[in-house]
Design a protein around this ligand. Sequence first.
Ligand SMILES: [Zn+2]
Length: 283
Amino acid sequence: MVKNILSIVLAIFLLIPVAFFCGAARAQESKKKHHLPTLKTDTIKAPAFRFRTVVIDAGHGGKDPGAHGAYAKEKNVALAIAKKLKIVLQQQLPTLHVVMTRSTDNFVELHRRDEIAAENKGDLFISIHCNSSPQKVSSDHGVLLLVYGYHRKEEQLEAIQENSAVYLEKDYQKKYSGYGANDAINTIVLSAFQQKFRKQCIRFADLVNKEFKNTDGRYSLGVREQGVLVLQQSAMPAVLIETGYINNPKDEEYLSSDDGQDAIVQSITRAVKKYKTELETQP
Ligand SMILES: [Zn+2]
């Protein structure tokens, strides 16, 4: 009896591949008969990546003025550059969707900025800011590109300064669980950064940096990986551009002028174009 059952099971197992093979052979035969086109597998390629949406984030705004110089406020400079950037990107890349996290002088919470970016399925998040030094008049000057990275001790002050807007939000402790003044380092280190975007962030930051340096002749502090909350929560490659030191008289003049703002916008636009082409033509 057991032997019989075993023979039946064995027969079924042997018959399945045979039936499958016969079926496949019949299908092939029927294709030949009816001249059905055969799919050439070597011509099937994965759809190319389309770079569709850029999110421009003008730093600070409303009750959060950011840093200031002798006369200029960071929130206004950032908004002016962001608005110009939107116009130029749309002129030069008409198919690109450009979204702004704010287009007026209003206070947008940091988590909301990232939500806007995510809702619009951004491919790149560009946050526009101005740097400042603790002195009233800064001798420091130049541009700096920040991408989110694991925290290092010497960068703590700068990062906290840049993230200080979070404390203006009513229930920040709930929203940014664990992100407090005393444990900023821990939280930033512990927070999970999407590593897959890291290389792309650095690449874009590098392209912008080169444009600032080589085309506009700006002094640059380079590209740094740093714990910045608006970048930390971003669900896409994100770069924060410190466009200059607002409390350095020369930088302040440059940042407040149409010529300076236009040069910054053109440089970022050239970098976006190169970055887009690179991503879309990657094998
Ligand atoms: Zn800022």
